[in-house]
Design a protein around this ligand. Structure first.
Ligand code: ASP
Length: 468
């Protein structure tokens, strides 16, 4: 921190003393002869008052100017406290005002919740949009939540490990983003749809407890609860566990996090109900039931687990096309999910009746995470590949998994709650993008930088690519 700088939130501790503040001019209220600004830094706002010979200095300021203000902190006159802000009992009487940078008129207002502004415009100016208090709070809360989870999982003996972004297609049922290779012309990397295979390989490697905040890339159309292109999952995997262990760990961690960080939120039922898939469909008509008692209460959080999913689901033509096999059915979760041990025999007789050891984490009617106990036998894995109609070539794409499984693979399983999605539901935000600093638009254009865009002919040539 700059020498002698006082953060705005701390001004009330300096009554009667001189402070040096840095920040942005949030609002200007000029009453003629006397005027006020609210000065804003990352910690809050404080009122600076201009009167007497100081009044002229107010005229040099504009909205969103970046300033350094030296001044003395005074208690406000009786009855003039502003209960709405933590610094509302004080104001600053400036002795020195320095404009560090001026600011042009902003293209969008930032003192509203911003939800009525066209999203494309908000994304074009995301660096301004993030100045609005709602967005700034979302980013800070996201950071707090991530930090809480990191600390929690480290205490539980987890190791945080990064897995590659330039990798091979991993089948989570969406289209891949492909990246052309310069060194191997005509070949492509795929950005990971999830670190699924790597995290399982980390279990073969003996880490037993792994997690990371994983960027996942899926080329699928955006919806409110699905961002275009990329999103973040809290990806975790554990060895020598049963399904209950994964549910217990996740449930305890999320419950504690909500209670510790966001105490205004009330978890409706503890422990979270665990509902078999069939029962969910029968009782609620959906596998992501909204169990809130009062849907108008923004603080009510109704978590639930849905378990005992069928291992396979009917497959659409589109799935066929995207290479998840050619059989009439595809894995409901993904092809690494273990069949229920009681249903292994059904794989040979009536696979559609087999249950999988899949678990979905549901919050207020949204699926906020999914995971499973994995297959840890090369033989069963190979059988699943056959059942979903994998061709020889498709199978070959996964030889590394089958091979790894021959070298001592522990039984393992995991889950991947969506970080953006969970926070979207927790804060009742209308879309995932409200929790992301620089999301792509629903039309798939990146915030501010407006990619994708043209590249030079030289770049294409180097990659051996011709566009049509
Ligand atoms: N990789 C899975 C997914 O992205 C999560 C998991 O099975 O752990 O849905």
């Amino acid at each position: 921190m700059l020498k002698n700088r006082t953060e705005i939130i701390n001004t009330p501790e300096h009554i009667g003393k001189e402070v040096t503040l840095f920040g942005w001019v949030d609002t200007i209220r000029d009453h003629g002869k006397v005027g006020f600004i609210d000065l804003r830094d990352k910690t809050g706002i404080v009122q600076v008052v201009f009167y007497g010979e100081n009044y002229a200095k107010l005229k040099e300021l504009g909205n969103e100017y970046v300033v350094k203000i030296k001044g003395s902190v005074k208690e406000r006159n009786k009855g003039q406290n502003n209960e709405n802000i933590p610094t509302g009992s004080v104001e600053v009487d400036p002795t020195d005002v320095e404009v560090l940078n001026t600011a042009a008129e902003l293209p969008i207002p930032i003192n509203t919740d911003g939800l009525d502004i066209k999203e494309e415009t908000r994304l074009e100016y995301r660096y301004l949009d993030l100045r609005r208090p709602r967005m700034a709070a979302n980013m800070r809360n996201r950071s707090k939540a991530a930090q809480y989870i990191r600390t929690y999982l480290h205490k539980e003996g987890f190791c945080e490990i990064e897995t590659p972004m330039l990798t091979k297609s991993t089948p989570e049922g969406a289209r891949d983003f492909l990246v052309p290779s310069r060194l191997h012309q005509g070949s492509f990397y795929a950005l990971p749809q999830s670190p699924q295979q790597y995290k399982q390989l980390l279990m073969v490697a003996g880490f037993e407890k792994y997690f990371q905040f994983a960027k996942c890339f899926r080329d699928e159309d955006a919806r409110a609860d699905r961002a275009y292109g990329e999103f973040t999952q809290l990806d975790l995997e554990m060895s020598f566990v049963e399904q209950n262990d994964i549910l217990d760990l996740t449930e305890t961690m999320f419950t504690k996090m909500v209670e510790d960080l966001f105490p205004e939120k009330k978890i409706q039922q503890k422990p979270w109900p665990r509902i078999p898939y069939k029962e969910a469909i029968k009782k609620y008509g959906t596998d992501k039931p909204d169990l809130r008692k009062d849907k108008n209460d923004p603080n009510e959080m109704a978590f639930a687990w849905v378990i005992d999913f069928p291992l396979f689901a009917e497959q659409s033509e589109e799935d066929f096309f995207h290479g998840s096999g050619s059989a009439k059915f595809a894995p409901s979760h993904h092809m690494f999910t273990s069949p229920h041990p009681d249903d292994i025999k059904l794989l040979d007789t009536d696979p559609t009746k087999a249950r999988g050891l899949q678990h979905d984490m549901v919050l207020n009617g949204f699926e906020v995470g999914g995971g499973s106990i994995r297959i840890h036998s090369a033989e069963v894995q190979s059988k699943i590949f056959d059942l979903i109609g994998f061709s020889k070539e498709q199978k070959e794409q996964f030889t590394h998994m089958l091979k790894a499984f021959t070298y001592g693979v522990p039984p393992h399983g995991g889950i991947a709650p969506g970080l953006d999605r969970f926070l979207m539901v927790l804060f009742g935000e209308p879309s995932l993008r409200e929790l992301m600093a620089f999301p792509s638009s629903t039309k798939g254009r990146t915030a501010v930088m407006d990619a994708p865009n043209d590249v030079t002919d030289a770049q294409l040539k180097e990659l051996g690519i011709k566009t049509v």
